[in-house]
Design a protein around this ligand. Structure first.
Ligand code: ADP
Ligand code: ADP
Length: 228
């Protein structure tokens, strides 16, 4: 579970990026984070990933208190997470296979495990025939699916995706979210930042809207109060 308790984040520049955020994301939840540019969405994700330190309050990720997290323990936290970036962040010199295998080597997986797991995951994302390609031989949607495969390959508890559909066409956007829905059905928590309203509407998942550093809508709370 991820819990934010009265969380604020100020950058050294003086920008108040997040102000008094309170929320819970349970294991197995599927959440869209929406809001205009500069609202604080990336900051929200960066706090969960321990890429930035919070200024006030507490965030607890699977029992880990982020305010107390030592830098050397960050890799331990990150192993719970698969991260998907808008700009893919693939290694251009490596083949599709090696990009995904690399993520497994980083966590000390055996060669035997890598050899069965990587082709399996690449088939799952529909890239079985692209195993030997280099990223620059792939379309945007294909590159994003490599980055998704890399995020999935170590079986993370949480997938965090910052604008995963920002650089792909609408049809592919739909397929990427579909794929994440399937993964969510196996119990993985999914957190997606996006500004694609149509996509968010269509999938009917929990939506948290951030505006100027504050949560202004959370469909989960709204549904609950509608039931009361
Ligand atoms: P979003 O992802 O919703 O576009 P961000 O979380 O990136 O929003 O940014 C929230 C606010 O914090 C913005 O005003 C932005 O300019 C500021 N900000 C983001 N990152 C930094 C940083 N590293 N240093 C200073 N200010 C930052
Ligand atoms: P899109 O128009 O969807 O961005 P591309 O035209 O980039 O797609 O690619 C279409 C197909 O051709 C993809 O399956 C991609 O893997 C393949 N492809 C593109 N460039 C190369 C290349 N230089 N070598 C081999 N295959 C390529």
């Amino acid at each position: 579970m991820i819990e934010f308790k009265n969380v604020s984040k100020d950058y050294p520049s003086g920008t108040h990026a997040l102000h008094n955020i309170n929320l819970k994301i349970n294991n197995g939840d599927f959440v869209f984070i929406v809001g205009s540019s500069g609202a604080g969405k990336s900051t929200f994700l960066k706090l969960i990933m321990a890429e930035e330190k919070l200024t006030k309050g507490e965030i607890v990720v699977d029992g880990i208190r982020m305010s107390k997290l030592k830098r050397r323990k960050v890799p331990f936290l990150r192993r719970k997470m698969g991260i998907v970036f808008q700009d893919f962040r693939l290694i251009e010199k490596m083949t599709v296979y090696d990009n995904v295998a690399f993520a497994m080597r980083c966590v000390g997986a055996s060669n035997k495990t890598i050899k069965t797991r990587v082709p399996y995951i690449l088939k799952l994302v529909g890239l079985g025939s692209k195993i030997k390609s280099k990223p620059n031989q792939l379309s945007g949607g294909e590159q994003q699916r490599v980055s998704l495969a890399r995020a999935l390959v170590n079986n993370p508890e949480i997938i965090i995706a910052d604008e995963p559909t920002g650089n792909v066409d609408p049809e592919m956007s739909h397929e990427i979210i579909d794929l994440l829905s399937e993964i969510n059905k196996q119990g993985t928590t999914i957190i997606i930042v996006t500004h694609e309203h149509d996509l968010v509407k269509e999938f009917g998942k929990r939506v948290i809207e951030i505006h100027k550093g504050k949560i202004i809508h959370d469909t989960k709370l709204e549904r609950k109060s509608a039931e009361d």
